[in-house]
Design a protein around this ligand. Sequence first.
Ligand code: ADE
Ligand code: ZN
Length: 347
Amino acid sequence: MSFTSPEQRQAFIADIPKAELHLHIEGSLEPEMMFALAQRNDIDIPFASAEEVRKAYAFSNLQDFLDIYYQGMNVLRTEQDFYDLTMAYFKRIHADNAIHAEIFFDPQGHTERGIAFSTAIDGILRALSDAEAHLGITSKLIMCFLRHLSEDDAFATLEEATPYLDRIAGVGLDSSELGHPPSKFSKVFAKAKMLDLKTVAHAGEEGPPEYIWEALDLLKIDRMDHGNRSLEDDGLIAKLRDSQMALTVCPLSNLSLCVVDKLEDHPLKKMLDLGLCATMNSDDPSYFGGYLNDNYEATAVALDLDKDDIITLAKNSFRGSFLSENTVAQSLQRIDDYVLAFDRKTG
Ligand code: ADE
Ligand code: ZN
């Protein structure tokens, strides 16, 4: 069914209950907070204003962005910094009617510059607990390995995480994809699986279909981040459709990093039409110009998504989550109730 007006579409998107499954917490560092933390921690940053920072966010590929992203996180020094960063994100997605989020953090981005693993994770975990208590948003934490570093470094990070394993839902793989195939991390992912951790990996954002096959066959991932380039391989499409593996798709990120030339070329609608379990996500919202509902709205306009597409995306965000079967079923019911009430109200 199509929407009768842009206002109706906006209202429907704004209020539908949803989850976010692909969000790097360090990528939610807004320029204003970057300045505030730089001042609080007495750090020099090479920009005069938040506007100037935003102007510097013009990327032509993933590596362009990563260079600025790792530089930006340098202002995060104390447990309170990580708490404030995480809490700001949860307050922001509360306004988008997100009721669950599974967020990434990059511990090596912090330990490499001398910040203790515990400083980062303690602040993040305290915010996750407060977000649930005060905003009613549930969450899970996924620890990513930086793929431009070695597998030995990833093993050392997994070792450091030992005291926290009961509060870490899974491990992921992010950073520079080209030249760092999933096979580089097959041993550490096998170890994570033995520890009962879920596994996810960025695959097919810039990398070829072979990397996606490796993520599936060697890392045995439970969920795929991006997966855009799956559509180049019919065998992959069939496998992803048959297994209903969730893809955490990030349209505004793909636009910012020139994975697509324009949003109208984005493969999300094609993924849905092929029956893939695609979900909508923001990736690094402060760098890519939009949070969760901005992604829904911009993509709905560009790809002419209808109401059923939005419902499918919202439902997929729970189907693809690591929530219990029971909670997923309740969340799907919540969406059905929302749609019924919306239809009644709008006639
Ligand atoms: N780290 C933060 N954002 C990322 C992305 N979009 N791809 C790979 N690594 C990332
Ligand atoms: Zn990402």
